[in-house]
Design a protein around this ligand. Structure first.
Ligand SMILES: *Cc1c(COP(=O)(O)O)cnc(C)c1O
Length: 381
């Protein structure tokens, strides 16, 4: 994560920018495939930097978009997202008013920071962590406490306990964790829930839920929290396993209707476009597409993890559609070497993880190209 200098701004503009914004780290979206193709004169680039679904949108969702386009797009979308929220509420057996959709689940992360975080509040998250779990709280002036994973990538119970022993406003974890792909066991999740003070909001971001849940030992956060009266919010998205990243739609389910009402107050009224709402409803019904995507990831995850470990790399045990790999070298320079041969992955910039890359799992041929390219960087070293 890089801190973009505002020192280059003209003094007049610099004085206008809030101090919290001055200090914000920049989100790293990874390299642009078109720029990489152009710079290195490559006919084809493999993008493994954003955990997208290589199968893309489900045909049923694409058909829903065509139907909506035929009806016309001149009107504003449904501001309440009534149809989609109703389907989601039914699926998850919760009241309709406890469901919120957003312009990606990132939008809901932003809204919840805007609605709940005061300057000086403590937010506890994990390290390594998803960039926006850090950026949005800092944007509001929060103090961030990051609890590191143990060196063996496991949950560090004593450190979590110490972090939660104090005035905490928000606990924010991704599960499976982005970037490590690791998960909490059922007991660890219970531990986290038990030790999070009732005065704090507990948010579990399950962006990769549909990939992880096929594993017998996956602890489903919604099920773990469903009957708890403490304030909680579970986030999920259509961007990953459902393959709708370009449409921007995610959702949250909360313990209390009032939590969702507070989020409605700070959102823009038409934050989820109509094509995204329609496509999401259709995608929920296309279980064949979802299963095909989950099956691909499961097989490739096992295969590529084993190949990397055979080659001597340390790889975190992932339940998501990406792998977190210790290159044992300078990740940034390895990522540049990979780009030269047309493979885009992310170098992890968080302190302590400078030797790590995160690579999405895609089609077998794409994963093989990544594997070969990575092994070659090692031979050359
Ligand atoms: C990808 C990702 C998201 C973003 O989801 P959108 O719904 O596309 O905004 C949220 N959280 C985590 C942890 C992610 O990895």
């Amino acid at each position: 994560m890089e801190t973009e200098g505002v020192n280059s701004y003209s003094p007049a503009v610099r004085a206008l920018v809030r101090p919290e914004v001055h200090r914000l780290p920049a989100y790293d979206p990874g390299a642009d495939p078109e720029a990489v193709a152009r710079d290195f004169h490559l006919p084809r680039v493999i993008k493994l930097s954003n955990n997208e679904n290589p199968y893309g949108i489900s045909p049923a969702a694409a058909a829903a978009i065509h139907r909506r386009l035929a009806k016309g797009m001149g009107r504003y979308p449904d501001p309440a997202g009534e149809a989609l929220c109703t389907v989601l509420a039914d699926r998850h057996c919760v009241e309709r008013k406890r469901v919120l959709i957003g312009n990606g689940s990132e939008n809901i992360l932003e809204l919840l920071c805007q609605a709940f975080i005061n300057a000086g509040d403590t937010v506890v998250t994990q390290s390594p962590c998803f960039g926006l779990h850090e950026i949005f709280p800092l944007m509001m002036g929060a103090r961030l406490h990051k609890v590191p994973l143990r060196a063996d990538f496991r949950f560090d119970a004593p450190r979590w306990r110490a972090a939660l022993d104090g005035p905490v406003k928000l606990v924010l974890v991704s599960h499976p964790c982005n970037p490590s792909g690791t998960v909490f066991s059922g007991d660890q999740l219970e531990y986290l829930i038990h030790h999070t003070p009732d005065s704090a909001l507990l948010v579990v971001d399950e962006a990769y839920f549909e990939y992880a849940r096929v594993d017998a030992c996956y602890a489903d956060a919604l099920e773990a929290l469903r009957h708890r009266s403490r304030p909680w919010l579970v986030l999920r998205t259509f961007s990953k396993a459902y393959g709708l990243a370009g449409l921007r739609v995610g959702y949250g389910i909360a313990s209390h209707v009032n939590l969702i009402e507070a989020l409605h107050r700070v959102r823009t009224p038409y934050n989820v476009n109509q094509l995204a709402q329609d496509a999401a409803i259709a995608a929920l019904d296309d279980s064949a597409h979802l299963q095909k995507s989950a099956r691909l990831v499961r097989g490739e995850r096992t295969r590529i993890t084993a190949a990397l470990r055979d080659a001597g790399f340390r790889v975190a045990p992932s339940l998501a559609n990406f792998l977190f790999i210790d290159t044992d070298g300078d990740a940034l320079s390895i990522v540049r070497d990979l780009q030269r041969v047309g493979v885009i992955v992310k170098a992890w910039r968080e302190p302590g993880y400078e030797s790590y890359i995160r690579a999405s799992l895609a089609l077998p041929a794409e994963n093989d190209a990544f594997l070969q390219a990575l092994l070659r960087t090692r031979v050359g070293a």
